[in-house]
Write a protein that binds this ligand. Structure first.
Ligand SMILES: N[C@@H](CCC(=O)N[C@@H](CS)C(=O)NCC(=O)O)C(=O)O
Length: 228
């Protein structure tokens, strides 16, 4: 990633410099949503690419950052946050001026925001993974063991979100929040694997999110770097 963008700076010691934000990142992973959020915020950050195929995420050093050896992880304010949802929650509140999270005093929007943030990781993401699993089982001609009522079927979710987004630019109100980034990243993937046929409101919302300069910057830099 050398020199790809001026705001991606040379490695420094985060503990020695608590102002420094360092994202442990790999392309094509849940780390992308965090990077997108950082780009929307516009705060300077250092990108540390963790090579999953070389197993760098299981190195002794990296396990000090993320005890389960996964990306993303974020070093910020002299501490560490992991879980992409946890990181996005932290960042959106930490940089409140960016307007990506309704304030806790703004009752109804904040309630909707909490709902949609949790929805992304607790409901939407497992449903998409289940759909992918079922599709793979079908392709291989093996029986798929359904996880049953613990999971909301993807089609129910897509139908609900499609209705919710009809005539709306974003999930909550008239400006983008971190909830659009989290749910939008998952739905962009669902779109790519052909799960959104006929879901026109979701498709339009995803297309608008993908056209955002911050999202385009992340994608362009990932393409360009092809992740050394
Ligand atoms: N729930 C976690 C999942 C993290 C996760 O599983 N990351 C994957 C990439 S998307 C990973 O690092 N996989 C490597 C491994 O588990 O060995 C999050 O949202 O951050």
């Amino acid at each position: 990633m050398n020199g790809e963008r001026s705001r991606i700076t040379a490695p420094t010691d985060v503990e020695a410099d608590p102002e420094r934000i360092r994202l442990h990142f790999a392309p094509g992973t849940r780390a992308v949503r965090v990077r997108w959020l950082l780009e929307e915020i516009g705060a300077p950050y250092e990108l540390r690419v963790v090579s999953l195929w070389r197993g760098a995420h299981k190195s002794k050093e990296y396990l000090q950052i993320h005890p389960l050896g996964k990306v993303p992880a974020l070093e910020i304010d002299g501490t560490i946050v992991f879980e992409s949802l946890g990181i996005c929650l932290y960042l959106a509140d930490r940089f409140a001026d960016a307007g990506l999270a309704p304030l806790v005093t703004n009752i109804a929007p904040r309630a909707n925001y909490c709902t949609w943030m949790a929805f992304s990781a607790g409901t939407l993401e497992p449903a998409i993974f289940e759909q992918v699993r079922a599709k793979k089982a079908e392709e291989r001609g093996v029986a798929n063991i359904s996880l049953g009522p613990a999971l909301t079927p993807f089609e129910n979710i897509a139908s609900y979100m499609d209705q919710h987004l009809a005539g709306r630019p974003f999930l909550i109100g008239d400006r983008m929040t971190a909830a659009d980034i989290l749910n939008g990243s998952m739905m962009a993937w669902a779109h790519d694997i052909g799960l959104l046929e006929g879901r026109h409101s979701i498709q339009a919302w995803v297309a608008n999110l993908k056209a955002r300069p911050a999202y385009c910057r992340v994608m362009e830099s990932t393409q360009r770097g092809r992740m050394r």
